[in-house]
Design a protein around this ligand. Structure first.
Ligand code: ADP
Length: 153
């Protein structure tokens, strides 16, 4: 099944929203395949946010990601990358639709609680950036038959 990367950013950790955010992914029916706390560094962030390097807010965004440790997670499910992106909402918390994580919990384009891979392809690259193979666990959820029809899995 598809796996995707989620990062609970310093805005999530500092505002004590870790449980709230994890709960939303759990309730949706995604399976937590890996999780750990790490301190971001410039080296990782230069790679992770390479697509933003010419934007005026690049340094500011990197600094905000280093304020405290973050929680990196691997979530799994059918179409996981697309599903997680729809649960988190658009980048700017003020524009994100109510009911999404950013729409409910963020007032900012920068301090927007979570990162999530934007496609299944980028998820593969991003998961390798943050997890060793033995940090991803392939256990089976006993509720699988209640999460999907048999022809979906
Ligand atoms: P997303 O996180 O929704 O995939 P991007 O990859 O475009 O969005 O941007 C990465 C992160 O950079 C955002 O989550 C946000 O923290 C920050 N960011 C993006 N655009 C802005 C902006 N206009 N002002 C401040 N920070 C921004």
């Amino acid at each position: 099944m598809e796996k995707t990367l989620v990062i609970l950013k310093p805005s999530c950790v500092q505002r004590s929203l870790i449980g709230e955010v994890i709960s939303r992914f759990e309730k949706k029916g995604l399976r937590l395949a890996g999780t750990k706390m790490i301190q971001m560094t410039d080296a990782i962030l230069n790679e992770h946010y390479a697509h933003l390097k010419d934007r005026p807010f690049f340094e500011r965004v990197k600094n905000s990601m280093k304020v405290c440790p973050v929680v990196v997670q691997c979530w799994e499910g059918i179409d996981a990358a697309k599903v997680v992106r729809s649960i988190i909402g658009v980048t700017d918390g003020r524009e994100a639709v109510a009911g999404t994580i950013r729409g409910d919990l963020s007032m900012s384009a920068q301090e927007n609680i979570v990162h999530a891979s934007d496609s299944a392809e980028s998820a593969k690259v991003e998961l390798k950036r943050f997890f060793a193979d033995n940090e991803i666990f392939d256990y089976k959820l006993s509720t699988l038959a209640h999460l999907y029809a048999c022809d979906e899995i």
